[in-house]
Design a binder for this molecule. Structure first.
Ligand code: FES
Ligand SMILES: [Fe+2]
Length: 463
C-alpha cells in the first residue's frame, strides 16, 4: 500500500488532496483503521422496545442482528450461521424468539445461543458428539449505548463509548433527551448515493456556509425563516469530544420564548427545563444559540430544524438521525430516521414528521440539493487532475494559522469544547484530523474466535 503520510500531512493543514473522496486504496485503509475500531451507530433502543424485537444492521459488510432478548438485554450477534455461514436472519426487522437458518435449519435463541440442530443425534452423535451448550452466534466485539443510541465497535479494546463521545454528550442530549423517556424513531429510509461517505459527515458537522447557496430554492419559497445567509452567519459552530455541529442565533428573548420561537409547545419546553443542565439551558436561554446539524465521528449525523409546515408563519421543529454507511469509495448508503421526543403530544409528532419529510429523507428538499453536490464532487475526485489538487478547507484561518475570529469565551457560549461564531471549517478539519489519526495507526490483527466462544456483547441489564 502506498505511503499516505503526505496525504495526511496535507489534511492536517487543511489542504485536502481531492482524491481522498474517491480512492480505492484509501477506502481499503478506512475499512480497517476507521471502521475496524470506531464506535459505529447501529440502532436506537426504541426501535426494539419489546423482548424478541430485532433489527438487522451493518458495519460495512458485516451484518449484525441487534435484538432485545427475553430478559430485556440488547445484544448484537454476527448474522452468519456457525454451520456453513448462511445469513441466519434475512428480514430487516421483526420480532422472534428464535432465528432458524434457512440453509440446513440450525436454530438460535434471540440471545444468540445455539439450540437446535436437525438430526443432531444421527448426524453429529448428539450432545456427546457436538455440544450445543455454550455455543452462540458470534457476538459483536463491543456494544454500548448512550441515551438509547446503540453503538457497536469492531475493536474489543475500544475506549468506553462515553469516553469516545466525550463532551459531545452535552449536545447529544438536545436531540435525544428532551424528556425522561427520550426519543422514538421512525424509519430508517434507506437509499444509495454515488458519493463518498466522508462528504455527508463533514457537511453536517459544520458547513453552515453552503446553506444560503445550495439551498437557495428552499429560501426562496419561504419554507424556512432561517437559511438566509445573514442568519446562518450569525450562528456558531462548536466541536467537543468526537463530534461537532452548527447552531442558529436566536432573536432576543428568554429561555421559554427562544424554545417556543423554533416551535416547541410550552409543555415540551417545561420538560426540557427539567431534563437539561443549567449550562445546556444557558446555551439557548442566555447565549441565544439553538443547535442544528451535527456529526459524530465517523459517520453519524443529526439535524434539528424548524420549517413552516402550514401557510401561517408558525414553524415546527423536527429531528433526524442519519448515517453515512460506506458501500465503496464512491458509493454510500444513507440511512435516515425521523426522531421525536416520545412524550411529545401526538399532534406535534404528526406535524414534526411532516416537517422532516419535507426537508430530509429520500424526498426531502434539502437532501436532494445536497446530494447533487456530493455526487458530482465524488465523480470528479476519481480523475487524474484531482490527484494534483489540494482543496482549501481552511475557512476561519489566516495564512499564518491564526484564527479570523477568536473562539467564543465561556461567557458567550456555555457549552463545552471550542465554539466560533460565523463561517468556518473548524469542524470539517476536526473530523478529517481524526480520520488522519486513525489512518496513521496500524490496525491490530483481529483474533480468530473459536466458534461459539467469547464474551457476550450486551447493553443494559436484565429487566
Ligand atoms: S449454514 Fe446454517 S444450518 Fe447450515
Ligand atoms: Fe445541506
Amino acid at each position: 500500500m502506498a505511503d499516505q503520510s503526505g496525504v495526511l500531512a496535507d489534511v492536517r493543514r487543511g489542504m485536502i488532496p481531492a482524491h481522498i473522496y474517491n480512492d480505492r486504496e484509501l477506502f481499503e485503509l478506512e475499512k480497517q483503521r476507521v471502521f475496524g475500531r470506531a464506535w459505529v451507530f447501529v440502532a436506537h433502543e426504541s426501535e426494539i422496545p419489546q423482548p424478541g424485537d430485532y433489527v438487522v444492521r451493518r458495519v460495512l459488510q458485516d451484518s449484525f442482528i441487534v435484538a432485545r432478548d427475553e430478559k430485556g438485554v440488547v445484544r448484537a450477534h454476527f448474522n452468519m450461521c456457525l454451520h456453513r455461514g448462511m445469513q441466519v436472519c434475512r428480514a430487516e426487522m421483526g420480532n422472534a424468539s428464535h432465528f432458524r437458518c434457512p440453509y440446513h435449519g440450525w436454530s438460535y435463541r434471540n440471545d444468540g445461543r445455539l439450540v437446535g440442530l436437525p438430526f443432531h443425534q444421527e448426524a453429529y452423535g448428539g450432545e456427546a458428539g457436538f455440544r450445543r451448550k455454550g455455543r452462540r452466534l458470534l457476538p459483536a466485539p463491543n456494544l454500548a449505548s448512550y441515551n438509547g443510541l446503540v453503538f457497536l465497535s469492531m475493536d474489543p479494546d475500544a475506549e468506553p463509548l462515553e469516553e469516545f463521545l466525550g463532551d459531545f454528550r452535552f449536545y447529544l442530549d438536545y436531540y435525544t433527551r428532551q424528556s425522561p423517556t427520550g426519543i422514538e424513531l421512525r424509519g430508517p429510509q434507506r437509499w444509495r448515493v454515488k458519493a463518498n461517505w466522508k462528504i455527508g459527515a463533514e457537511n453536517f458537522a459544520g458547513d453552515m456556509y453552503h446553506t444560503p447557496q445550495t439551498h437557495i430554492s428552499v429560501v426562496e419559497i419561504g419554507l424556512f425563516r432561517e437559511p438566509k445567509a445573514q442568519k446562518r452567519k450569525d450562528g456558531c459552530t462548536y466541536w467537543a469530544g468526537n463530534g461537532g455541529g452548527t447552531t442558529y442565533k436566536l432573536p432576543p428573548g428568554d429561555l421559554d420564548e427562544r424554545f417556543r420561537y423554533v416551535g416547541y409547545p410550552q409543555q415540551m419546553v417545561d420538560r426540557m427545563k427539567q431534563m437539561f443542565s443549567a449550562d445546556q439551558l444557558r446555551v439557548v436561554g442566555d447565549d441565544g444559540f439553538m443547535i442544528s446539524a451535527a456529526s459524530v465521528y465517523p459517520n453519524l449525523s443529526f439535524v434539528h430544524n424548524w420549517p413552516r409546515v402550514a401557510d401561517s408563519d408558525d414553524v415546527l421543529p423536527f429531528i433526524s438521525l442519519r448515517q453515512w454507511q460506506p458501500i465503496s469509495e464512491d458509493e454510500t448508503e444513507v440511512l435516515s430516521w425521523f426522531a421525536v421526543d416520545a412524550e411529545a403530544p401526538e399532534e406535534f409528532k404528526a406535524l414534526s414528521y411532516k416537517a422532516y419529510l419535507m426537508c430530509f429523507g429520500s424526498t426531502g428538499m434539502f437532501e436532494q440539493d445536497d446530494v447533487e453536490n456530493w455526487v458530482s464532487l465524488t465523480s470528479t475526485a476519481a480523475g487524474s487532475m484531482a490527484r494534483r489538487l489540494l482543496l482549501n478547507s481552511r475557512m476561519g484561518l489566516l495564512e499564518d494559522g491564526a484564527e479570523v475570529v477568536p473562539a467564543l469565551t465561556c461567557d458567550q457560549f456555555h457549552g463545552p469544547g471550542v465554539a466560533h461564531a460565523g463561517y468556518g471549517e473548524y469542524n470539517q478539519r476536526e473530523l478529517l484530523n481524526r480520520w488522519a489519526d486513525d489512518l496513521e495507526r496500524p490496525a491490530k490483527p483481529a483474533p480468530t474466535l473459536e466458534v461459539g466462544v467469547g464474551e457476550q456483547a450486551r447493553v443494559g441489564s436484565p429487566a
